[in-house]
Design a protein around this ligand. Structure first.
Ligand code: LLP
Length: 421
């Protein structure tokens, strides 16, 4: 559930009319709902009630400082994958002991930064990375707490570009080799082995692949304990999907997920960490855009809007579906017609939807893309020299711009002309 609802015929974000924000900041823009962010965080936190746990928000989904601060204040830890994310988490006030460092290729400088600044744990993804971490930790006179990410070889049944738990994927070490790698880790004085990490993919709409993976983690926990390792923390990754298409069956809820975690891993008496990103931020955000033209093509009508693939790349990159709704509420049972919804970028790939049934729209109308709070703004670019679009946060009846649209001068002046030109 989110807090984007029609009220008196117009779309609202909590208690603020979308049209009011559009008038203040111009289109296109992203808008996030504080109440929805907090509701989703709490859903996970409550789902793991009764188990020692920490919800580490995967901030790659949406790393705006205001979003991070909202979640951190509610008690969230952070899952980071780069120096930039680590520093963003710190800047939002998250202490090092609530930050988990994931990622398949952590550089020496990233490792050093996190060791010096404080870190809850590194999720190690390979033997060379382990050796690097050991060496750097020793050189700093520190001991790095680690889990090792295992690749359980399960099919997450999601889009190929966001599945991570099959043996052919670049992530983690094959679970069959885990005991050897843990033995190696235990022999390194700069490392302290504390647990196991697994993450099998994103936008999973079925619990079965999670359960398969977690069962393997449970078996591995027992084996590693008999090998003498003090396995006391399990990082279960993120990946629970969200309903992008309202007409489809809804994916399992965090409560179902929590019950499954309890069932498969509860008996091990480990601290549980999870790293949800999309489920916390996805349906907490809209991208709002204005219709520039309605163009009649050969047998089809194009809705040309001012948002484009550089602003929201998910449809072009993953063939992702996003609900697109008018900001003025259409009459119930009113007539609909098919549109190809496209942006102004000079690529056919800049298509958000084909033959999407929508009420009749005209130039100047506003439309909102639902489920755009995760992997929207963070994946945007200035392709076609289009300015990054602003982000707005709503809280009850207040709203604030939390990232400004840059001016064209700012964009141009970022380039440097060499002195010989
Ligand atoms: N933990 C790790 C180690 C991850 O790699 C990811 C996502 C997450 C947690 C969070 O997963 P989530 O709960 O958000 O599904 N750009 C793509 C999604 C890429 C996900 C990458 N890793 C998209 O727009 O669908």
């Amino acid at each position: 559930m989110d807090h984007f609802l029609y009220r008196d015929g117009a779309l609202f974000a909590e208690d603020v009319a979308i049209s009011e924000i559009a008038a203040a900041v111009g289109t296109p823009f992203y808008v996030y709902s504080t109440a929805t962010l907090l509701r989703h965080f709490k859903a996970f936190d409550d789902a793991l009630d009764g188990m020692d746990h920490l919800v580490c928000y995967a901030m790659k989904a949406n790393s705006n400082q205001a979003v991070l601060k909202t979640l951190a204040r509610a008690g969230a830890g952070m899952d980071v994958v780069s120096a930039g994310e680590y520093l963003r988490a710190k800047a939002a006030g998250v202490p090092g002991d609530r930050i988990v460092f994931s990622g398949v290729g952590k550089t020496a400088s990233e490792i050093r930064l996190a060791l010096e600044g404080g870190i809850r744990q590194f999720n190690v993804e390979s033997e060379p990375e382990m050796a690097q971490l050991d060496a750097i930790a020793q050189s700093l006179g520190k001991v790095a707490p680690i889990t090792i990410r295992v690749n359980p070889d399960v099919d997450a049944k999601t889009h190929a570009k966001i599945a991570t738990g099959k043996s052919e994927n670049k992530f983690g070490i094959p679970i069959a080799r885990a005991r050897d790698v843990y033995r190696l880790a235990a022999s390194m004085p700069g490392l302290e082995v504390i647990g196991i990490d697994v993450h099998i993919g994103s936008q999973l709409t079925d619990l079965a692949p999670f359960e398969q993976a977690y069962q393997k983690v449970a078996e591995l926990t027992e084996l590693l304990r008999t090998d003498g390792h003090d396995i006391r923390r399990l990082d279960l990754g993120g990946g629970l999907g969200i309903p992008y298409e309202r007409s489809n069956a809804a994916p399992p809820l965090p409560t179902d997920y929590g019950a499954m975690v309890q069932r498969t891993l509860g008996h091990l008496d480990c601290e549980i960490e999870i790293e949800p990103g999309r489920l916390i931020a996805g349906n907490a955000g809209l991208m709002v855009s204005e219709v520039i033209y309605v163009k009649s093509g050969e047998g089809r009508d194009f809705l040309i809007i001012d948002g484009a693939m550089n602003d929201l790349i998910r449809p072009a990159m993953y063939d992702a579906y996003h609900d697109i709704i008018p900001v003025i509420e259409p009459p119930v049972g009113g007539e609909q017609r098919p549109y190809d919804v496209v942006g102004p970028v000079c690529e056919t790939g800049d298509t958000f939807a084909k033959q999407r049934m929508m009420p009749e729209l005209s130039a100047g109308d506003l439309v909102a893309f639902r489920s755009a709070g995760a992997y929207g703004a963070v994946m945007s670019s200035e392709y076609n020299s289009r300015a990054l679009i602003p982000e707005v946060l709503v809280n009850g009846d207040q709203f604030a711009v939390i990232r400004q649209r840059p001016t064209f001068d700012e964009m141009i002046n970022r380039d440097i002309i060499p002195e010989w030109l």
